[in-house]
Design a protein around this ligand. Structure first.
Ligand SMILES: C[S@@+](CC[C@H](N)C(=O)[O-])C[C@H]1O[C@@H](n2cnc3c(N)ncnc32)[C@H](O)[C@@H]1O
Length: 205
């Protein structure tokens, strides 16, 4: 089973080195751009985990957001990013495992093709970890695939119904709907979400 692949930083580095980066849109994607364009406060602290080549981080940076952090545990995309955007603060490029982050308090986490790159069994951990790195009332915004894929992953697909179970203990659902402005290859296959962190996790009895 492909899901038993060890999805380590070495696995992802090898994908970047061999150019097997089919997920890479090459530019900020329309759903993320539209969401960013309506953000008014440019001082908010933003994290983009599993952010790869970081086109969203570049777009935020070029539009005056000063507290953007791009995180990836593979070095290659961060090096690509540093070459492409040399005036981005180096200390905001975080080469580390997202699940090792502690005591970080962000206002906003942006999601795009990171959740689907994780083994399915980590999905609850992802929801909990995003909760942990967000400030109270902080938001998780971005896109999730709402389809299963023919080929074995990554990416690993799923459904809105399935995902709700992971996020409900930790977040209020402000928006969780089919995405109307996906990039062409992903049209009809994404959910756009804006989830707001709960004060504390709430598990059903
Ligand atoms: C499918 S790529 C998506 C990259 C980017 N979000 C995009 O849209 O182009 C998944 C990324 O997540 C990174 N990644 C996977 N697991 C990670 C982890 N536990 N911590 C940090 N980065 C991780 C990989 O190195 C890879 O760059």
């Amino acid at each position: 089973m492909q899901e038993e692949l060890n999805l380590t930083s070495e696995y992802w580095s090898a994908r970047y080195q061999s150019g097997q980066t089919g997920w890479d849109a090459g530019a900020v994607t329309t759903p993320l751009k539209s969401y960013i364009d309506q953000l008014e406060d440019k001082e908010i602290k933003i994290l983009i985990p599993g952010g790869g080549n970081g086109y969203e981080a570049e777009y935020l940076h070029r539009n005056g957001f000063s507290k953007v952090h791009l995180l990836d545990f593979a070095s290659e995309p961060l090096q690509n990013f540093a070459s492409r955007v040399p005036d981005f603060p180096k200390e905001h490029l975080l080469q580390k495992d997202f699940f090792d982050m502690e005591n970080e308090q962000y206002d906003l986490v942006l999601e795009q093709t990171f959740f689907c790159a994780l083994p399915r069994g980590w999905r609850s951990n992802y929801a909990r970890q995003v909760f942990q790195v967000l400030k109270p009332n902080g938001k998780l915004a971005g896109v999730l695939f709402s389809t299963e894929f023919d080929r074995q992953g990554p990416p690993f697909g799923g459904s809105a119904f399935e995902y709700q179970a992971y996020f409900e203990p930790y977040f209020h659902f402000r928006h969780f709907e089919p995405c109307y402005n996906s990039i062409e290859p992903r049209q009809g296959r994404e959910i756009f979400m804006v989830l707001q962190r709960k004060e504390r996790p709430q598990f059903m009895a």
